[in-house]
Design a protein around this ligand. Sequence first.
Ligand code: ADP
Ligand code: ADP
Length: 226
Amino acid sequence: MTALSIRNLKKTYNNGFQALNGVDLDVELGDFFALLGPNGAGKSTLIGIVSSLVNKSSGTVEIFGHDLDRDTAGAKRCIGLVPQEVNFNQFETAHGVVLNQAGYYGIPRKQALRRTEICLRQMELWDKRDTVSRRLSGGMKRRLMIARAMVHEPRLLILDEPTAGVDIEIRRAMWDMMQEVNQQGTTIILTTHYLEEAESLCRNIAIIDDGRIVEHSAMSDLLAKL
Ligand code: ADP
Ligand code: ADP
């Protein structure tokens, strides 16, 4: 079984624009996988489809063996998505943001509290749990997004440019945290503009351009070619 298996995936938006032109992609269990590509290449579209936020036009997507069409709920449960834009309620405390998410997944109260603590600690936000999230720094908000995405123990964590706009020290600290999550067994897919980020974190990489995968290889093989 793979974490993610995509075959001949196509997406045409309602305005007729074809954002994905037949994508094939496999991500192995436990991988730390980079999806690289220029702006407009189709990264967000691809991630949106895998996370059930965007409808695909055709093709198949399997997440830990759950077919996205036949077992949407099963597929969804496997995924934790960290979108690019901060989209939590900024008037909620850090603790409330994560706990509410547990509520959406129907996690019983006691377990929800335990998971909230674990996730906040893992992202080094436990000390900030009572801070209204609007007052957190940019890097802390990013980490809060990751904590929230992990509350239901997803097997696949998808991070859309998780370190965009954060300064280098905080970025490195976030790399350590993401690596720890991966080492604990969570498969991670990361989109990024920074080749350096992909290089230091990821074992495998795909490059998407114009709605097509133009490279799909081990990171070491790609670096040897450059
Ligand atoms: P779907 O085909 O998945 O139903 P839609 O074509 O209806 O998606 O668009 C979904 C949303 O994305 C709409 O709210 C639309 O305003 C917005 N949108 C439209 N064009 C673009 C674009 N070029 N880039 C990003 N978002 C867009
Ligand atoms: P990336 O994440 O790699 O920047 P996207 O998946 O956001 O790429 O966008 C791929 C292409 O699809 C872009 O040309 C974008 O303008 C277009 N696009 C994205 N969303 C929509 C939409 N809802 N309607 C129409 N076009 C869209």
